[in-house]
Design a protein around this ligand. Structure first.
Ligand SMILES: [Zn+2]
Length: 199
């Protein structure tokens, strides 16, 4: 129906989350209409992010250096680790201004049905960080979804066994059940953080 280059763009855009066929077409036509400079800026931004951004060697947050900015920041409390599913979950927690510790990004949530097992996430790396003996509390801030809850319980049980002296807490309820942390407003998330409870 379309010239092959146009079809290719529609196909690629359609692979993005939440972008159906119609939206992909609309975006493709928008890009066709914009001037070459803007279109190239978009292409360059995508290329640059893939070339320059990797994962922090400590917490697996996004980083343009071996360590992310939070792990490099000496003022952040290294005894406190907040565990989240995705790098995108760090941002809403930072926006609450209620949290001054470090993070650990798992890279997803446990979901045996989808073939996501503990080895597929950065769970062993979390245990290794806790095993150094410098951690006082682990805050489990996985999403309030079935998989996020299962992940929190799995990690809590393992930490109780491996590091009984470390407090393991979970964000307080009040977060919309089934929703992603990303979409929680900062007041609700801030309250959930302050009111975190032992697991
Ligand atoms: Zn880091």
């Amino acid at each position: 129906m379309f010239a092959p280059p146009v079809q290719r763009l529609i196909t690629e855009l359609g692979k993005l989350p939440g972008i159906g066929q119609r939206t992909a077409q609309r975006l493709a036509f928008h890009i066709l209409r914009t001037d070459a400079e803007d279109a190239n800026a978009l292409a360059d931004a995508i290329r640059e992010v893939k070339e320059r951004i990797g994962l922090c060697e400590i917490c697996f947050n996004l980083a343009d250096e071996p360590r992310c900015r939070i792990c490099q920041d000496e003022r952040r409390d290294a005894e406190l680790i907040c565990v989240v599913e995705e790098p995108g979950d760090v941002i809403p927690i930072e926006r609450t201004h209620e949290y001054r510790g470090r993070y650990h990004v798992l890279g997803g949530a446990l979901s045996p049905i989808d073939g996501v097992d503990p080895e597929d996430l950065k769970i062993a790396e979390l245990y290794a960080r806790v095993a150094t003996g410098t951690v006082r509390e682990v805050v489990l801030a996985t999403n309030p979804t079935t998989t996020g809850e299962a992940t929190a319980l799995h990690i809590a049980a393992a930490l109780r066994e491996r590091a009984p002296d470390v407090a393991v807490t979970r964000l307080a309820s009040g977060l919309p059940v089934g929703a992603d942390l990303e979409y929680a407003d900062e007041v609700t998330l801030g309250k959930a953080l302050v009111g975190r409870r032992a697991l």
